[in-house]
Design a protein around this ligand. Structure first.
Ligand SMILES: NC(=O)c1ccc[n+]([C@@H]2O[C@H](COP(=O)([O-])OP(=O)(O)OC[C@H]3O[C@@H](n4cnc5c(N)ncnc54)[C@H](O)[C@@H]3O)[C@@H](O)[C@H]2O)c1
Length: 325
């Protein structure tokens, strides 16, 4: 049985659909989510959805006591970088305690395999590009720190209890599939916010800083399609079933694209102008983040199949189909 925490969220729900599409039996998947940010309607009706909070140890222990869970994908976390700078308590208490409660339940019930949603934010401001996994771990916000701490905790649960993990350090998850799409509330991600300007004439996108030392002055990021991320989880589960080496892997496209270039591609794909204004730089935004994903290719045979145009096209189709003007 596969337990997916946070499986009603953006990346989690795409992954649930992706696994079922590959032949996973929906009866062998349990989604555990507090639904604070998740969308229950995005979890297939054939999958058991348990509403619960990882910070409540009894609730997660109950799931393990009632079901024979042999593997876990752990998406559930609070994931707003900006909010973590104003309310670090929420992040340290929930993301760390939640992860620990999950690992304790795994330990208590003999579950030995976990795929963990980590993030490129563990690197902070990288010293060299593209970023390889041996880059110094040096987060610059509490959100990234929670990911770095949980990676460390995973190492100890492996050393002491033999729980094997794959930590997947995602770069910018984006795009849409299975009629789900990216919808966080509040939304802070560039692509959905830029899309909003196409459908809401009152909304203007704020771009933080146009004076970076990059080719066009705008920040550069690495975007990876959510279905390519889902595919990496499938491969990571197989990797853990067949091997016994825990590992941390970057998941990015290895292509750096500037904020201005994203806006240009959205305009090209939609045929409409994106309204935006350039404001002050935002504290803590690294100038450029681009992944090396060589290790993920070596260990998982993973390579993203969808480029930035497919990301933007799928996102545009989804936003167009869901917009209620
Ligand atoms: N979106 C990205 O670009 C990105 C990049 C790097 C890492 N990540 C990580 O990937 C994971 C999924 O991200 P997402 O964009 O799908 O976010 P999301 O907010 O859409 O999904 C997270 C889900 O976890 C649930 N959740 C949060 N705390 C919980 C708790 N204590 N108990 C039970 N459920 C809880 C939420 O209700 C939500 O459904 C997160 O761990 C995030 O930190 C995301």
């Amino acid at each position: 049985m596969l337990l997916i925490t946070g499986g009603a969220g953006y990346i989690g729900s795409h992954t649930v659909h992706y696994l079922i599409n590959l032949g996973y039996n929906p009866n062998d998947i349990i989604v555990f989510d507090n639904l604070q940010y998740g969308h229950p309607e995005n979890v297939p009706a054939t999958v058991t959805l348990i509403r619960g909070d990882l910070t409540n140890r009894a609730e997660i222990e109950e799931v393990f006591s009632a079901n024979a869970i042999d593997e876990v994908i752990h998406f559930a976390a609070y994931a707003y970088v900006g909010e973590s700078m104003t309310n670090p308590y929420k992040y340290f208490s929930s993301n760390i305690t939640g992860g620990l409660n999950l690992l304790e339940a795994m330990k208590d019930y003999g579950c030995k395999r976990i795929v963990f949603s980590s993030s490129c934010s563990v690197y902070g401001i990288p010293k060299k590009l593209p970023i390889t996994e041996d880059e110094e771990i040096n987060p610059i916000n509490p959100y990234g720190e929670t990911k770095a701490i949980l990676e460390k905790i995973l190492r100890w649960y492996d050393n002491i209890f033999g729980i094997k993990y794959v930590s997947l350090r995602y770069f910018n998850a984006s795009g849409a599939g299975f009629d789900i799409g990216e919808s966080h509330d509040p939304e802070t991600h560039l692509i959905p916010l830029a899309m909003r300007t196409l459908f809401d004439s009152r909304y203007k996108l704020q771009v933080f800083g146009g004076d970076y030392h990059t080719r066009d002055g705008f920040c550069i990021r690495d975007y990876v399609h959510v279905l390519d991320l889902a595919d990496a989880h499938f491969r990571a589960l197989n990797y853990l079933r067949t091997g016994d080496q825990s590992i941390a892997l970057n998941l990015g496209s290895e292509q750096g694209i500037s904020v201005r270039e994203i806006i240009g591609i959205i305009e090209q794909v939609s045929g409409k102008p994106v309204r935006f204004e350039v404001t002050e730089r935002r504290m803590g935004d690294p100038q450029e983040l681009v992944a090396s994903s060589i290790l993920a290719a070596d260990c998982l045979g993973w390579k993203p199949q969808r480029d930035i145009y497919e990301i933007i096209k799928s996102a545009y189709q989804w936003h167009k189909s869901t917009y209620r003007g």
